[in-house]
Design a binder for this molecule. Structure first.
Ligand SMILES: Nc1nc2c(ncn2[C@@H]2O[C@H](COP(=O)(O)OP(=O)(O)OP(=O)(O)O)[C@@H](O)[C@H]2O)c(=O)[nH]1
Ligand SMILES: [Mg+2]
Length: 322
């Protein structure tokens, strides 16, 4: 994912310090004091401008991202809020350069070029400080975007269900992922990806946070990430229910959620009753992610939905054809 390459977004003070330091170095090269002040103003403003443009360029074109990532960014931060912050940085970039060029020009003609330089420093610093919060916000966004899991085109199983039913326990058993497992709901707070080699093929398993059976507008950001994965990246959904109700939620609401999820996706859904070591459902496929009982059968069923690889048939040579 291109998020991995997102550079750190510096603070307003870091941008200013760096630009001032570089400009001061440049100024030393000038023998004439007035020319040196002019050069300083220009160098500071261009330094700030270039740094701000670099920040904007570091962010991807959100409209061009795959739907799943666009939705995740929307859920986590809101695309409009990010665009607004980037817009503010763009505004500052444009104006620091314009003001810098204007004041540099003025300083050349001014009787007191040092006074103009001081005015320029104050104005440039104030402009960068105006976007202080935007820079902090963009850096926070950057830090979280970098941790988003990489999901590619490989066959993908998304594991869904109520909180605390054993979703993470399943993905731990069948894939490379090692999510935290705990006896309280919403242990998993984001999307986690694990892999498994099946012959030459690689299969992706996506662990999701638990979802509650409630109206869409009441769902929190954690639940909405799960739904986004179910709707956008799944080739098959493993829906886990816990008939023992040790998860803390009645079986009826879990089944109701299963119906809702089934209505949202067009891919196959495999519903499995977990915790068969406590209660064995005779209505559903069963497994125990605690003892491992039934897990390989469920895995086999999930993998049976993989597309059959296209076999390359050798085209016979002319001699063989005759
Ligand atoms: N008895 C029994 N307990 C299980 C089984 N599978 C998971 N558990 C327990 O159920 C609890 C929740 O397991 P997790 O795997 O964290 O459940 P989850 O669905 O990922 O939970 P969230 O991330 O909170 O949505 C833990 O205490 C597990 O030890 C099982 O097959 N049998
Ligand atoms: Mg979990």
């Amino acid at each position: 994912m291109e998020f991995e390459k997102l550079p750190t977004v510096p603070t307003a003070d870091e941008i200013l310090d760096r630009s001032f330091r570089r400009a001061a170095k440049k100024m030393k090269e000038k023998m004439n004091k007035d020319r040196a002040n002019e050069e300083f103003i220009r160098a500071v403003s261009h330094g700030i401008h270039d740094r701000l443009v670099y920040i904007i360029r570091g962010f991807p074109e959100f409209e061009e991202l795959p739907q799943f990532y666009r939705e995740l960014v929307e859920i986590l931060y809101g695309l409009d809020r990010i665009k607004q912050a980037l817009g503010a940085v763009g505004w500052a970039a444009k104006h620091t350069k314009r003001v810098g060029d204007e004041l540099a020009y003025q300083s050349r003609r001014a009787p007191d070029s040092l006074a103009v330089r001081k005015r320029a420093v104050a104005r440039l610093a104030s402009m960068v400080h105006q976007i202080k919060r935007d820079l902090l916000f963009l850096n926070e966004v950057r830090n979280v975007l970098r941790t988003l899991p990489h999901i590619d085109d490989a066959f993908t199983v998304v594991i869904a269900g109520y909180p605390n039913v054993g979703k993470s326990s399943f993905i731990r058993r069948v894939s490379t992922a090692t999510p935290e497992i705990a006896s309280y709901p919403f242990t998993t707070k984001g999307i986690i990806v694990g892999h498994r080699a099946e012959g030459r093929q690689r299969v992706q398993f996506v662990d999701t946070p638990g979802i509650l059976d409630r109206p869409a507008d009441e769902r929190n950001a954690i639940e909405r990430q799960a739904l986004s994965a179910i709707m956008n990246v799944a080739n098959v959904v493993l829906f886990i229910i816990d008939p023992s109700e040790h998860c803390g939620y009645p079986i009826e609401v879990q089944r109701h959620l299963l119906d809702e999820v089934a209505g949202l996706v067009s891919v196959p859904i495999v519903a499995v009753a977990n915790k068969s070591d406590i209660v064995r459902s005779d209505r559903d496929l069963t497994m125990s992610t605690e003892t491992g009982d039934g897990v390989s059968e469920i895995l086999e069923r999930l993998l049976s939905y993989r597309p059959v690889p296209i076999k390359r048939t050798k085209v016979p040579t002319r001699e063989q054809n005759q």
